[in-house]
Design a protein around this ligand. Structure first.
Ligand SMILES: [Zn+2]
Length: 206
């Protein structure tokens, strides 16, 4: 039985783990640092968080983000128009960064995990699992919504002097989404996915 190799975080020694029972854990044979502990009910829990995240993502993108009241005028903006306004004002780099880290990366994260976890939940292995999971892992450092939210708060404080700011539904959905995405990444047992990939019957000879 081949198992996905796992390297010790402390001394880089590579291990090939045998199956570890729930509640058990593996330690490095050389330095004793913790290597891996199976996460309980990982597929179910991560899938539940991914579904919650998908709903929050849609709410966050389709509803007013902020409302500005100046005198009797009320202006509401959704995220997409906000990004478009940044482009129009010549802030191309910031607009691209926001589009990438706040819309594209979370969307790919949610879609890739749905693609992986829905079949696994039904004891089926989705086609191209390796490729999709690699994309998920590659993009993981690029989900930076916290920084974006911080930027929003700073500009809201500044704008607050000129207009009355009304936080929209999308703003709350985004804040909840940050926590759900973090929980989703923490609950996902990546080693379990690699094991699933390597236990697949090889397709090369078909
Ligand atoms: Zn070690």
């Amino acid at each position: 039985m081949t198992v996905h190799p796992i390297a010790c975080h402390d001394c880089d020694l590579v291990h090939h783990l045998a199956e570890i029972p729930l509640g058990g854990s593996a330690r490095c044979v050389r330095c004793g640092a913790p290597l891996y502990r199976p996460k309980r009910d990982s597929i179910n829990r991560t899938l539940a968080l991914t579904l919650t995240g998908t709903i929050l993502f849609l709410v966050a993108n389709l509803n007013p983000f902020l409302g500005f009241r100046i005198g009797a005028q009320l202006r509401e903006t959704i995220l997409a128009t906000g990004i478009y306004q940044l482009y129009q004002q010549g802030m191309t780099i910031i607009a691209t960064l926001v589009l990438f880290t706040v819309v594209i990366v979370p969307a790919i994260h949610l879609l890739s995990l749905l693609y992986i976890l829905v079949p696994l939940q039904m004891n089926q292995v989705p086609p191209h699992l390796t490729r999709v999971f690699r994309v998920y892992q590659f993009l993981k450092p690029w989900g930076m919504m916290e920084i974006f939210m911080l930027g929003i708060l700073v500009s809201v404080v500044k704008l607050g002097k000129m207009a009355t700011i009304i936080p929209g539904l999308a703003l709350f959905a985004f804040m909840a989404l940050i926590f759900v995405l973090a929980a989703m990444a923490a609950t996902l047992d990546e080693h379990l996915i690699w094991q699933t990939i390597e236990h697949q019957p090889t397709r090369a000879h078909r």
